[in-house]
Design a protein around this ligand. Sequence first.
Ligand SMILES: Cc1cc2nc3c(=O)[nH]c(=O)nc-3n(C[C@H](O)[C@H](O)[C@H](O)COP(=O)(O)OP(=O)(O)OC[C@H]3O[C@@H](n4cnc5c(N)ncnc54)[C@H](O)[C@@H]3O)c2cc1C
Length: 428
Amino acid sequence: MLIAARRRAGSRGQGMRGSVVVLGAGMVGVSVALHLRRRGCDVVLVDRQGPGEGASFGNAGLIQREAVYPHAFPRTISELLRIARNNSVDAYYHPLALPSYASPLLRYWWHSEPARYAQIVLAWSELIRTCCDEHLALAKGTEAMELIRSVGFLRLYNDPVALEAAIAAAEVGKRDHAVGFDVLDGDGVAAAEPHLLVRRVGALNWTDPLSVTDPHGLTLAYCRQFLDAGGRFVLGDATTLAAQGAGWKVHTQEGPVEAARVVVALGAWAPKVTGPLGYSPPLFGKRGYHYHYGMQGNAVLNRPILDANAGFTLMPMRAGIRLTSGAEFAFTDGAKTPIQLERAEPLARRLLPLADRVEAEPWMGIRPCMPDMMPVIGPLPRRQSVWCAFGHGHQGLTLGPTTGRLVAEMMTGEVPFLDPAPYRPERF
Ligand SMILES: Cc1cc2nc3c(=O)[nH]c(=O)nc-3n(C[C@H](O)[C@H](O)[C@H](O)COP(=O)(O)OP(=O)(O)OC[C@H]3O[C@@H](n4cnc5c(N)ncnc54)[C@H](O)[C@@H]3O)c2cc1C
């Protein structure tokens, strides 16, 4: 069945702003689709699986207003040696996969040079600045608000020197980017989280981030808004995208879908579709995992915590306490190797009275990362009817609605609410 996008929108008497197929129904694609639909575009959202079942399913659930400094490639010898030993919780690599990472990692290292990094922070922090507002603009007054909590994000330290350094860095973030935080001493940490099993010297409490108790549920809630507004979701394979007349066509389980314009919001898989169109950005994946746990007795965790020494995060979620891992460099489609979770679990059990794992198999997702740590947003250089919305790395949940608004404003001819130039595809 051909989806007659134009006819359907017209029959509802909506303002016609053109037909768009959004490829990929993660947090980014759903947000783009919703923003386009609200502006009167006739939108079909296509994914090979249900909405929010990629990286957007199982992330740490943080809407990270504090993340104004993107994850840089380590530049000190001691840090590089630590990672090279391959026995840490925060980073792990498959030696056989490293050659496939060589080129993007080299570029990542180059962009992480302090002067270049400082320029990147300026552009990146502009995206981050409004992330909570953009989520709340979609969520307020809807079922989505039941999933969003404002409880801060605690970064625990057991080394006073490291805590002092973190406070000094946080002061800079507050001065330059209005990032809110307060500092807790050991007693403050124990009062905030009374069921911690060990005492910490102190913590930074980021006060601005929002935490989501079910990131998959939030993606579904935004998707329901899109559907209620007259948008359409269909299962289909984005790699079947082909030019059709002046527009595009993609095969779906409901037949071919045609549209004048396409948005590629395929996360880690985006180059599979842009590559055949002549655009192969140096995107690389950082895989990550989670397990959920119950808590013993009546113990609770009140807010997300990050153990700064070990490098793992624990979040209270609807499904249990979620333990997430750091970055794994492996073949994108390779089998799961949750080694970092296995290293983190005993450390987490020393911190909190965790009970049994909720599920037998860990969840795995892939962070879609760019070497310059910034997403790719805008039309393809030589194919202006194909738009990019991918590469959000560690902060795709955070930035989905921001990117959604920016893309929709540009595609419908509005003045974008922030300067999109730093994220344009032609920088690669
Ligand atoms: C362990 C972990 C913790 C994280 N914690 C956080 C956090 O706290 N805060 C935060 O902001 N971010 C976090 N992230 C990052 C965040 O999850 C990602 O940046 C974000 O989910 C990316 O969203 P996306 O929509 O671009 O991609 P995805 O959610 O991966 O969506 C891409 C979609 O494309 C679809 N697709 C792929 N190929 C095809 C095809 N051929 N045809 C059709 N469809 C296709 C997939 O099915 C998928 O639904 C974390 C990530 C991990 C792994």
